[in-house]
Design a protein around this ligand. Structure first.
Ligand SMILES: [Fe+2]
Length: 198
């Protein structure tokens, strides 16, 4: 079984176990029998954070995080932004891999899902997009903000829902953040719009 397929299997198990009713509703109609694209791997500096995330991950995310850390170099990691957007430090500590979606390891034109990684002491500034989004942090301790609210620490396993067009931001303290994300609606490969929405 390919790394991507094993990870997809574990991702589904985790989401079924930890996502509850909100995630089940978000994924309504999801077909997990997707075609694998066989993407070429691409690495990023942020992958250096993965060993620490395996130490931080709590049940029931442990198996998923270990599988991701072990197979990370066989996955395609990408970045939405450039140095001009958020600076070099951000890019050195940020990345995502799309497991399924319009460009992910498995083809899905309706729902996208993957993993976001942020190094310690980073701010992912306010941004927004048409797609609605659910994040499930797999490591706790990072701070999250949505809309006009302030930053608040969210634990591992929290279900964080960002409605369409509502701006959101994250920041890490002295530990990295690994989070599972799900997107639906809108163009799944839309570049986030930087700044607060009105
Ligand atoms: Fe987002």
């Amino acid at each position: 079984m390919s790394t991507a397929k094993a990870l997809l299997h574990e991702m589904r198990r985790f989401v079924d176990l930890a996502g509850g009713a909100p995630v089940a509703a978000f994924l309504d109609g999801m077909d997990w029998a997707m075609d694998e694209r066989g993407l070429e791997p691409a690495s990023l500096p942020c992958l250096a954070q993965l060993p620490r995330t395996t130490e931080l991950a709590e049940r029931p995310a442990g198996a998923l995080v270990r599988l991701l850390a072990d197979g990370a170099t066989r996955l395609r990691w990408g970045q939405t932004y450039t140095v001009a957007d958020f600076g070099r430090d951000f890019l050195d500590g940020y990345g995502w891999t799309e497991m399924f979606g319009t460009r992910g390891h498995f083809a899905n034109d309706r729902i996208a899902g993957g993993f976001l990684l942020l190094a310690p002491n980073l701010v992912y500034p306010d941004h927004h997009h048409t797609a609605e989004e659910i994040y499930i942090p797999l490591t706790g301790g990072a701070q999250w903000r949505m809309g006009e609210g302030g930053f608040a620490v969210r634990p591992a396993g929290a279900i964080i829902h960002h409605p369409s067009g509502v701006s959101h931001a994250m920041r890490t303290d002295d530990e990295p953040l690994l989070a599972l994300y799900l997107w639906r609606g809108g163009a799944l490969d839309q570049r986030s719009v930087i700044g607060r929405s009105n």
